[in-house]
Design a protein around this ligand. Sequence first.
Ligand code: AMP
Ligand code: MG
Length: 419
Amino acid sequence: MLTVEEALELVVKNVEPLAARRVSLGEAAGLVLAEEIRSEVNSPPYDKALMDGYAVRSGDRQPERQILEEIAAGAVPRFPVTPGAASRIMTGAPLPEGADAVVQLERTELVSESTVRLRQVDPLAGQNVLPLGAALRAGEVVLQRGVVLRPVEIGILAEMGRGVVSAIPRPRVAVLPTGNELVAVGEKPEQGQIRNSNGPLLAAAAARAGAHAIELGIARDKREKLRRWVEQGLVADVLVLSGGVSAGKFDLVPEVLAELGVEQVFHKISLRPGKPLWFGVKHDGERRVLVFGLPGNPVSSFVCFELFVRPAIAAMAGRGFEGLPTVRARLTHAFVHAGGRESFLPATVSGVSGSVLNVAPSFESRIAAASSPADLWVAILPWQGSADLVTLARANGLVRLSAAEQQLNPGTLLDVILI
Ligand code: AMP
Ligand code: MG
């Protein structure tokens, strides 16, 4: 059986970034920019006052000045500032001709309606002024191709007047739970039935991974019906199925996928939980659809999603095949691992202070982990097998244990994937 590492490599080989598309700023947040952005403007577009006060000539040392006008932000100055004169100016307003400094309001006194006395008579040229083009010159590269569009980048694009940019779109991920025993969230399960928790769980996981998630209905373990649902799912960039991939009599997913021309890349890997994982690719002209058949048990489904589907979504979105957000932490207790398969067990990671890092895998948590690996502790939670979502909900990580049988002592440093 393939190891997790080998299986991951096969996924990497089969995934490519999606083709870039023109997107409006409103839908660009979180996407990867697919073009270089050069500024067409100077920023600021004029010498700009940074304080409320009086626009003056720096060389002019006269304490009393005649007030020429009031310049608000957005206004155009009408009079050049001459020796012996000053113009009242607001933050953000363009400096009038002749002026090269702003004396703050707090350092002035109004003598009459038309005269101001400066308490600072020797401002330096440029005081409280942001010169034209100081932040950005026309023609300069502002954003490189390949950057992720965070809120700040969206703001810069708006400043550049770029309402539409070329970016890699959000991968569309269709989620299709399968099973005769499943009923929808709003329904009451009869004898022998359970609610479909995987559909909403996987759709939420896909959205968190940066995909556009589409939850399809519940597919039944009937060849023809399953086939029709799968056909619908193959319209997306990624189809994520749950259930029906084990060795049971009604586990029809692999056969139906084969009938629909999805080529199997692997089936079953050395992983606990998640051994039945199925992965394949459908080539449809230029288009390529990745298909993941996740095991039906919710914990297995989630673990497989995090290990395989999430990085694949990142790669399709142009962010590269992201490694799993992993921290190193010391085990708080002794633990016996039966081995046989590589395992990912629900666990809680906490800092020395006892605070639980119950954050989503984030940049911050990765930085925290990198800076103080020895300060983190991890406890493996006793769990009731791969249907036990409740224990998983108490966990903030998955301890990664190699396939070897091992007796772990308290204090052993382990890899923990943050979930
Ligand atoms: P399967 O992989 O289809 O054999 O399913 C394995 C186990 O997971 C069975 O106990 C199923 O009832 C359960 N299961 C399958 N699909 C779901 C689902 N969408 N939500 C919750 N449990 C499921
Ligand atoms: Mg089933």
